[in-house]
Write a protein that binds this ligand. Structure first.
Ligand SMILES: Nc1ncnc2c1ncn2[C@@H]1O[C@H](COP(=O)(O)OP(=O)(O)OP(=O)(O)O)[C@@H](O)[C@H]1O
Length: 321
């Protein structure tokens, strides 16, 4: 018996250039990716890296200049209309179903995906209960808060059980309860049906928590692709020290003045990436005398994907914590 193919999505040499008002932006500059069936695969990168451009091509909504995309054995560059049968897509832009209620938007999506009315209704009821959306089910999407609308759109994406879910920053604007509902729904589908998830994010903490593998995208290229642990191994042996000053940093203290040049500053927060030995010395220096009096808070942490991203040459501040 032949073995089932393990690949879900293979992208090779994908190039997409936008031309607007006499300028050209090469948003995807030769992207290669291999997403396996049943994995939660992330695209991580700063604003403008080319993540949405990539996923819009996977979904058949945008045509590449060159390169190929294979989704579960289908060439979606040649047959973009097939993508809708293979994947559920939660994009960044608002939906055409905005005037409908949450329940009707989900049910309509089910009908568009070929479900009978009874099946669409039954799935809608299940998904609404699963995501805790009962109280909002009969309110129009356009009248919901940003986070509520996002969760309602996610509910619609789940209807019709597509083998691949493409989620472009699905949890933007959601509170922790809604975020947990999203990740539980993703986990359940993966465990029960082997659903593959392609997730666009620039939140490193979320990425570390939910992803099996991650491709780091920068300026239209994949600059690294590995497990979160594999990427963090790039910065093994380093720690991050965050110092938060009550007001201005006490630059009259020599130990603090010596750090001023090296620290990455965000308001009253100074971030230093260093070795554990030096971090211990720095903590000792700032937890005594006038430096300590000026200190509001400090944390010493092991590296995150953000540190790995910076080591790979990414831009400071490009990713969210
Ligand atoms: N329709 C368009 N016309 C012209 N340029 C575009 C268009 N859409 C995107 N771009 C440009 O292409 C580049 C990649 O944009 P894209 O939206 O793919 O980035 P992204 O990684 O998804 O960013 P974000 O995290 O902000 O969503 C950016 O420089 C952007 O300005």
């Amino acid at each position: 018996m032949s073995k089932a193919p393990q690949g879900c999505c293979t992208v090779s040499g994908l190039v997409k250039t936008y031309r607007a008002g006499g300028t050209e932006v090469r948003a995807n500059d030769g992207i290669d990716l291999d997403v396996r069936r049943g994995e939660v695969f992330g695209l991580l990168g700063p604003n403008g890296a080319g993540k949405s451009t990539l996923v819009r091509q996977l979904t058949g909504l945008l045509r590449p200049d060159s390169g190929s995309i294979d989704l579960l054995g289908h060439d979606v560059v040649r047959h973009p209309e097939r993508a809708a049968r293979l994947l559920g897509y939660l994009g960044q832009e608002s939906t055409a179903l905005d005037e409908l209620t949450v329940a009707l938007a989900a049910e309509t999506t089910g009908r568009l995906r070929g479900l009978t009315r009874a099946a669409a209704r039954a799935e809608t009821a299940d998904v609404i209960a699963e995501l805790g959306l009962e109280a909002l089910a009969h309110r129009p999407l356009a009248k919901l808060s940003g986070g509520q609308r996002r969760l309602a759109c996610f509910a619609a994406v789940l209807i019709g059980e597509r083998p691949l879910l493409v989620l472009d920053e699905p949890t933007t604007g959601m509170d922790p309860v809604a975020r947990r509902a999203v990740w539980s729904a993703v986990d359940r589908r993966r465990a029960e049906r082997g659903t593959t998830v392609l997730l666009v994010t620039h939140n490193v903490i979320e990425a570390e928590t939910v992803l099996d593998r991650v491709a780091v995208i920068d300026a239209g290229r994949v600059i690294a692709c590995d497990t979160p642990g594999g990427l963090k191994a790039l910065v093994d042996g380093h720690v991050r020290l965050d110092l938060v000053w009550r007001t201005d940093a006490p630059l009259t203290v020599p130990a603090v003045a010596a750090l001023a040049e090296r620290a990455e500053r965000t308001g009253r927060r100074w971030t230093l990436r260093t070795t554990p030995d030096e971090a211990r010395e720095l903590v000792a220096a700032v937890t005594t005398g006038p430096a300590f009096a000026a200190l509001d808070d400090f944390t010493l942490a092991t590296p995150t994907l953000e540190d790995a991203y910076l080591r790979l040459g990414g831009r400071t501040g490009g990713l969210a914590r």
